[in-house]
Design a protein around this ligand. Sequence first.
Ligand code: GUN
Length: 280
Amino acid sequence: MTARIIDGKAVAERLRGALAARIAGLSFQPGLRVVRVGDDPASGVYVRNKDRAAAAAGFDSATLQLPAETTEADLLALVARLNADPAVDGILVQLPLPPQIRQEAVIAAIDPAKDVDGFHPVNAGLLATQQPGLVPCTPKGCMHLLREAGASLSGARAVVLGRSQIVGRPMAQLLLAADCTVTIAHSRTRDLAAECRRAEILVAAVGRPEMVRGDWIGEGAIVIDVGINRLPSGKLAGDVAFAEAAARAAAITPVPGGVGPMTIACLLENTLEAALRRRG
Ligand code: GUN
């Protein structure tokens, strides 16, 4: 089998186009504020891409850049101002934060109704209890891609490789909500390859370049590769050895051009949802 390539860039463009059309019909511009502390170069590219995509779709978007030595109290004060600002619908504090700032304290300070990352414990709890809330962008983007790939989810054996708060755990919740039989596999799982091989749907989110080899892939599986790893050569690689996996899978996302563009599109989708919910 040679896998169909799931074109995340094209799906994300369509989603952003649909969001732009909905925003054009509103009497206000949904507001997004991205807060960045310090100037980690990798997140710089990400933040610029977010800004460009948000502006193009009609959002009122701005990045607030703070110095690397910002205190936790100063960042919490900024979050409180953004929580209180009626023009702001979505707040995203770029992670990771410098060591003097506790990430959990900052996430917990964001108004859950404006938490477009979906990282606040209230939103995590809403997802776990199948109630409407804001869903983390990357797993949400993966679900869009699975539906786009024509995956039949009900009853399917899905394996999520990785148990992070940002991707693995919410991904498992979304697959479960879609009636998959879900296994979360991780670094302590006894036989990772065997668990993965049983998957009809495999979502890899471990952050280790090309860890998932071709013989870990079940014949005809749908493979979603969340990993974006920079190799010593400078080239980007996913968590899945792409060519090997593509020889066995029915469909697979590339890196780059798979999940990555969907994360930003879903951030915008969350911002629009938050705006509509807040402003009625
Ligand atoms: N850093 C890397 N990915 C993310 C993300 O999805 N949200 C935030 N806030 N920071 C990140």
